[in-house]
Design a binder for this molecule. Structure first.
Ligand SMILES: NC(=O)c1ccc[n+]([C@@H]2O[C@H](COP(=O)([O-])OP(=O)(O)OC[C@H]3O[C@@H](n4cnc5c(N)ncnc54)[C@H](OP(=O)(O)O)[C@@H]3O)[C@@H](O)[C@H]2O)c1
Length: 246
């Protein structure tokens, strides 16, 4: 149990990839905080699953874009050894009445400002801990040109790489590390609902390995980023050959 005695906060862990990251870190022995903003019952179900499997978990509801709420979350939960910035607003849930400006602000607020605020609060308390680490969940979309409706999302994800570098550089004197895990297409429950089997097959055909990732394959990269104490400021591409990073 390599994460025994460590506390991990996974933002946006009520479903999808975050849920599997939370379960995986708990299976490695971490005490996991399952965060979400809007669906506490789903987050509680994730925590219950972890506890039923013999792990340690609790739920903390907090909108990561709310600075006061984020500060309060860290004040209540510290010490937190590992922060996984995973929360995002689903880019396919833009309401038609939203202006471009409102949408851009919402995406930046949750995806990028949320990660920044959590990292800032994390950093202060992590200075006092040995071997703490941030993992930012980006996307292959950080490196690919966006369709018109995905511009805000892609830009927010590219911004996370800047956060990783900054926290890696500023954290190194304190043995605080920061890395980015960069998934390609991942077959989450939401994606399975949104795509018809034909659409899913068409998307999979664009991937060199011919299939989307399972969330467990993303969680495995998070575990690696947390465990390897000589990896910092780096990006782990987990995209099935969808994109070859330089
Ligand atoms: N799925 C993919 O194919 C894919 C590919 C590449 C990268 N990624 C990245 O992987 C991560 C997880 O993706 P996913 O598909 O699992 O996402 P998802 O299904 O859309 O889940 C997003 C999570 O974020 C939470 N959330 C939303 N707004 C929040 C807020 N203001 N504060 C705190 N939590 C909030 C949601 O719960 P509540 O709404 O209840 O708060 C939910 O738990 C994201 O960063 C995404 O960009 C995903």
């Amino acid at each position: 149990m390599s994460f025994e005695g460590k506390k991990a906060l996974v933002t946006g862990a009520s479903q999808g990839i975050g849920r599997v990251i939370a379960k995986t870190l708990a299976a490695e022995g971490a005490e996991v905080i399952v965060n979400c903003a809007h669906s506490p019952a789903k987050a509680q179900a994730v925590a219950d699953e972890i506890i039923a499997a013999g792990g340690k978990a609790s739920v903390y509801v907090c909108d990561v874009s709310d600075e006061a709420a984020v500060k309060q979350m860290f004040a209540k939960l510290s010490p937190i050894h590992y922060l996984v910035n995973n929360a995002r607003v689903d880019p396919y849930f833009r309401k038609p009445e939203m202006s471009n400006g409102d949408w851009f602000s919402l995406v930046m607020d949750i995806n990028l400002k949320g990660a920044y605020l959590c990292s800032m609060s994390f950093f202060e308390q992590a200075k006092l801990l040995a071997g703490s680490c941030i993992v930012n969940i980006s996307s292959v979309r950080a490196f690919t040109p966006a369709e018109m409706h995905m511009i805000a999302y892609n830009v927010s994800k590219l911004g996370m790489h800047g956060l990783t570098r900054a926290f890696a550089a500023n954290g190194a004197p304190y043995q605080i590390r920061a890395n980015t895990v960069c998934p390609g297409m991942v077959m989450t429950e939401n994606l399975a609902k949104r795509l018809t089997p034909e659409q899913a097959a068409a998307e999979a055909s664009k991937i060199a390995l011919g299939r989307p990732a399972e969330s467990e394959e993303i969680a495995a990269a998070v575990v690696y980023a947390l465990k390897n104490e000589y990896v910092t400021g780096d990006t782990l591409q987990v995209n099935g050959g969808m994109y070859y990073a330089p």
